[in-house]
Design a protein around this ligand. Structure first.
Ligand SMILES: [Zn+2]
Length: 115
Protein backbone atom coordinates (compact mmCIF):
# COMPACT_ATOMS: atom_id res chain seq x y z
CA UNK A 1 0.00 0.00 0.00
CA UNK A 2 1.32 3.40 -0.90
CA UNK A 3 -0.74 6.54 -0.42
CA UNK A 4 1.78 9.12 -1.52
CA UNK A 5 1.11 12.77 -2.14
CA UNK A 6 3.14 15.92 -2.53
CA UNK A 7 3.26 18.78 -0.07
CA UNK A 8 5.15 22.04 -0.25
CA UNK A 9 7.95 20.41 1.73
CA UNK A 10 8.27 17.37 -0.51
CA UNK A 11 6.79 13.97 -1.06
CA UNK A 12 5.27 12.40 1.99
CA UNK A 13 2.42 10.04 2.71
CA UNK A 14 1.63 6.58 4.04
CA UNK A 15 3.72 3.64 2.92
CA UNK A 16 4.10 0.09 4.15
CA UNK A 17 7.84 -0.38 3.80
CA UNK A 18 8.24 -0.90 7.57
CA UNK A 19 8.13 -4.60 8.47
CA UNK A 20 8.64 -5.41 12.15
CA UNK A 21 6.65 -8.22 13.76
CA UNK A 22 8.32 -7.46 17.13
CA UNK A 23 6.70 -4.02 17.23
CA UNK A 24 3.07 -4.01 18.39
CA UNK A 25 2.30 -0.83 16.44
CA UNK A 26 0.53 -1.28 13.11
CA UNK A 27 1.20 2.30 12.07
CA UNK A 28 3.35 5.25 13.03
CA UNK A 29 3.62 8.91 12.06
CA UNK A 30 6.80 10.90 12.53
CA UNK A 31 7.05 14.66 12.29
CA UNK A 32 10.25 16.38 11.22
CA UNK A 33 11.24 19.92 12.17
CA UNK A 34 13.93 22.37 11.20
CA UNK A 35 14.54 25.94 12.19
CA UNK A 36 11.67 25.86 14.66
CA UNK A 37 9.08 24.80 12.07
CA UNK A 38 7.50 21.50 11.19
CA UNK A 39 8.85 20.62 7.77
CA UNK A 40 7.33 17.24 6.89
CA UNK A 41 5.67 14.15 8.24
CA UNK A 42 6.01 10.51 7.33
CA UNK A 43 3.51 7.79 8.10
CA UNK A 44 4.15 4.12 7.71
CA UNK A 45 2.10 1.02 8.16
CA UNK A 46 3.75 -2.09 9.60
CA UNK A 47 3.79 -4.63 6.77
CA UNK A 48 3.86 -7.45 9.31
CA UNK A 49 0.22 -6.58 10.06
CA UNK A 50 -0.91 -4.83 6.89
CA UNK A 51 0.04 -7.83 4.76
CA UNK A 52 -2.53 -10.02 6.51
CA UNK A 53 -5.17 -7.40 7.47
CA UNK A 54 -8.40 -6.76 5.60
CA UNK A 55 -8.73 -3.80 3.25
CA UNK A 56 -11.03 -2.09 5.75
CA UNK A 57 -8.56 -2.54 8.60
CA UNK A 58 -5.71 -1.17 6.48
CA UNK A 59 -7.91 1.79 5.57
CA UNK A 60 -8.53 2.36 9.30
CA UNK A 61 -4.79 2.37 10.08
CA UNK A 62 -3.93 4.61 7.09
CA UNK A 63 -6.73 7.07 7.88
CA UNK A 64 -5.67 7.15 11.56
CA UNK A 65 -2.08 7.96 10.56
CA UNK A 66 -3.28 10.65 8.16
CA UNK A 67 -5.14 12.11 11.14
CA UNK A 68 -1.80 12.42 12.94
CA UNK A 69 -0.38 14.12 9.84
CA UNK A 70 -2.91 16.91 10.20
CA UNK A 71 -2.08 17.23 13.92
CA UNK A 72 -4.83 15.14 15.52
CA UNK A 73 -3.81 13.41 18.75
CA UNK A 74 -5.17 10.20 20.24
CA UNK A 75 -8.67 10.01 21.65
CA UNK A 76 -8.83 7.27 24.28
CA UNK A 77 -12.61 7.37 24.67
CA UNK A 78 -14.08 3.90 24.15
CA UNK A 79 -17.60 4.21 25.47
CA UNK A 80 -20.32 4.75 24.56
CA UNK A 81 -19.78 3.04 21.24
CA UNK A 82 -20.74 6.15 19.30
CA UNK A 83 -17.90 8.07 20.95
CA UNK A 84 -15.09 5.90 19.54
CA UNK A 85 -13.13 8.02 17.11
CA UNK A 86 -10.82 7.29 14.20
CA UNK A 87 -8.09 8.71 16.45
CA UNK A 88 -8.59 5.96 19.06
CA UNK A 89 -5.08 4.49 19.22
CA UNK A 90 -6.19 0.86 19.28
CA UNK A 91 -7.12 -0.70 15.96
CA UNK A 92 -8.92 -3.49 17.81
CA UNK A 93 -11.28 -0.95 19.45
CA UNK A 94 -11.52 1.34 16.44
CA UNK A 95 -11.89 -1.11 13.60
CA UNK A 96 -12.10 -4.58 15.14
CA UNK A 97 -15.12 -3.79 17.28
CA UNK A 98 -16.76 -0.95 15.36
CA UNK A 99 -15.50 -0.94 11.79
CA UNK A 100 -14.34 2.67 11.93
CA UNK A 101 -12.11 3.44 8.93
CA UNK A 102 -13.00 7.06 8.26
CA UNK A 103 -13.30 10.25 10.33
CA UNK A 104 -16.06 10.40 12.93
CA UNK A 105 -17.80 13.52 14.23
CA UNK A 106 -15.20 13.78 17.00
CA UNK A 107 -12.39 13.72 14.44
CA UNK A 108 -13.93 16.42 12.25
CA UNK A 109 -14.63 18.49 15.37
CA UNK A 110 -10.93 18.16 16.24
CA UNK A 111 -9.85 19.34 12.80
CA UNK A 112 -12.27 22.25 12.94
CA UNK A 113 -10.96 23.30 16.34
CA UNK A 114 -7.35 23.31 15.09
CA UNK A 115 -7.90 24.97 11.73
ZN1 LIG B 1 -2.07 6.99 16.58
Amino acid sequence: MDLLYTTTSGVTGVSDNWNNCHDARDGVTIWFAAGGYWTSQNSEMNRCYSSVASTGQNQSVAAHELGHMIALDHNFTKSPCSAVALMNPYTSQRYGSRGINKPTTDDTNGVNSIY
